[in-house]
Design a protein around this ligand. Structure first.
Ligand code: HEM
Length: 553
């Protein structure tokens, strides 16, 4: 008995001495594996991608991370593609390999044919889920197919045609405000400098809220409106370093869920106390406000539809995003599948997705178009010549009229090509696969550099990076309709709002160009595209705006 006890206590003592050592060995061994093998040896000597051309591998710990976040979006990838061709290997942190792909065949395989095997990587879904809700942008597979099917009617051509007229109330508000501000200047003839991105953000937010959710925000007249103010704060936080911080924080188990909790909102001051989290307190606050307003929109719409504010026929014919969501949920309940119906929280996520994806991208696209026109007076003059007679006949041109304006189409296509609002996206190989004859190991991150694809000299020629709307009148022989201008990508995850965005941009441009002339705010002004999810102008894009010559001041 006593021998047994001694043996047991001996064993217990041995384990308690060994355990910390064992743990230290395991942790040390794993760290050595990550640092020595994964970060250093594997990419240099063992990876099947080791012979893919690309820039020198750089620091094994951070790879090309600093080059990417410290430069303008996609510029390093563009330089590499010029030097090494349409397939480039670059390094992420800790030896994580990334492939940069431009060739149409590779894009077809990844984004269209085998899209289910190349989903958005988890960290990207976590970040998008946080800032734009867990909706179409984050789901994949069958859930994605189902949701997309439910949402498609909102973006059908007949629905968009019926919707176009709704763009004009905010647009007319914008024109009146700009006219009044110019008139109030000491010398109205020299115009006024407008932070163009801010105004484009207000008008597109008003448009999406009204068309998608039947909710009047009037951010144009009330920029202090809580929704507009929260979006401004959120967008101000968009930057490469902040994005990297978010990716890092959301990798902590449980963090994606915690980031949406009311508890975190109530204790956000705690985040503010830690310098490493700088900026995230404001993010949590802005997201909480946006979620709250989305909830309110949902509540009002449900009450309107269920309480028959509109009447049965109205309920079944309404095709705005919110009505479709409410109706899809009701159909699940009526079919006895209440358990599968979207929860309130999931519905709010969908609202958030369309709010975020549907307004800031379009605002960024409009701002860059005005910037490019401000720097190309001849294209601007030609556009004015085309749109003025249309605008003077009817200041609310319909969908077909907008579509029929040739030069306007060239300008919008060219602007979205040269300065795409979403400059880059990512995919992750879910299985080991061959892409263009290359063995791509499972887990490889694939970098789809939209801005580089759009300005690839092999397709667009030597002046590919320049703004020349006329090229759309005579497309180059290598042009591929699906893959040469990739601003909305292609395949099942392609932008659902593409036609709406283009039509909306055109409606805003017709009114702006018919009324105002745009020029750089000062000599030597250069563009400042942000390195973030969207390529918004970092400086709010100041431009000098004057009334069109001959119009009343
Ligand atoms: C100029 C404006 C726009 C641009 C450049 C743009 C671009 C894009 C791109 C590149 C994607 C793919 C992202 C990825 O897979 O990584 C995307 C997806 C998406 N966009 Fe847009 N977008 C614009 C406007 C809009 C508008 C107006 C809406 C809605 C009202 C919208 C809603 C969406 C949604 C819901 C998705 C996810 C689609 C899916 O995965 O099924 N976008 N957009």
């Amino acid at each position: 008995m006593s021998l047994n006890l001694n043996l047991e206590s001996l064993a217990a003592n041995a384990v308690s001495i060994l355990q910390p050592r064992l743990l230290a060995w395991i942790v040390g061994g794993y760290a050595a594996y990550v640092l020595v093998y994964r970060a250093f040896l594997y990419p240099r000597f063992f990876s099947p991608l080791r012979n893919v051309p690309g820039p020198p591998l750089g620091n094994p710990l951070i790879g090309h991370y600093l080059t990417i976040v410290q430069n303008e979006s996609c510029i390093p990838q563009r330089e590499w593609a010029k030097k090494y061709g349409p397939v480039v290997r670059m390094m992420g942190v800790m030896g994580k390999e990334r492939l940069v792909l431009l060739a149409p065949e590779a894009l077809q395989q990844i984004m269209v044919r085998d899209w289910l095997e190349y989903p958005r990587p988890q960290f990207m879904r976590d970040v998008l889920g946080l800032v734009a809700g867990h909706g179409l942008l984050t789901v994949t597979g069958d859930v994605h197919k189902q949701l997309r099917k439910a949402m498609n009617p909102a973006f059908s051509i007949p629905n968009l045609m019926a919707q176009t007229d709704m763009y004009y109330e905010p647009i007319e508000g914008l024109i009146d405000i700009m006219k009044a501000k110019i008139k109030a200047e000491p010398i109205p003839e020299v115009g006024r400098i407008f932070p163009v991105y801010e105004w484009m953000g207000n008008v597109t937010l008003d448009i999406i809220c009204d068309t998608a959710f039947g909710y009047k925000t009037d951010c144009l007249h009330h920029p202090e409106n809580p929704l507009a103010a929260a979006f401004h704060r959120l967008l101000d936080l968009q930057s490469g370093p902040n994005l990297a911080k978010l990716v890092f924080l959301l990798a902590i188990p449980g963090a994606p869920r915690a980031s949406r909790s009311a508890f975190l909102y109530r204790h956000r001051w705690l985040i503010g106390k830690l310098p490493v989290f700088y900026g995230l307190e404001a993010l949590v606050e802005a997201l909480f406000v946006i979620r709250g307003i989305s909830k309110q929109m949902l509540k009002e719409k449900t009450a309107e539809l269920v309480g028959m504010g509109g009447g049965a026929a109205d309920v079944s014919t309404k095709r705005d995003i919110m009505s479709l969501l409410v109706r899809a949920r009701r159909a699940e309940f009526e079919a006895g599948r209440g358990a599968e119906a979207m929860s309130d929280e999931a519905m709010v996520d969908q609202v958030l997705t369309f709010l975020a994806a549907g307004h800031e991208t379009t605002a960024t696209g409009l701002s860059w178009t005005l910037w490019l026109l401000a720097n190309d007076p001849e294209s601007q003059r030609r556009l004015r010549e085309e749109v003025t007679p249309v605008y003077e006949t009817n200041p609310r041109p319909d969908y077909r009229t907008l579509k029929s304006l040739t030069w306007l189409d060239c300008v919008v296509n060219e602007s979205l090509r040269v300065l795409p609002p979403v400059p880059l996206t990512l995919r992750c190989a879910e299985k080991t696969d061959h892409v263009g004859g290359l063995l791509v190991p499972k887990g490889t991150l694939i970098n789809i550099p939209i801005r580089v694809i759009n300005t690839w000299k092999e397709v667009w020629g030597e002046d590919a990076e320049e703004f020349h709307p006329a090229r759309w009148l005579n497309l180059p022989p290598a042009y591929n309709a699906a893959f040469s201008q990739f601003s909305f990508i292609a395949g099942p995850h392609g932008c659902i709002g593409k036609t709406m965005a283009v039509s909306e941009m055109k409606a805003v441009l017709v009114a702006l160009i018919a009324n105002f002339e745009f020029a750089p705010a000062y000599a030597g002004q250069v563009a400042h595209p942000a390195t973030a999810i969207t390529m918004k102008p970092e400086d709010n894009m100041p431009l000098r705006v004057t009334r069109v010559a001959g119009k009343a001041q």
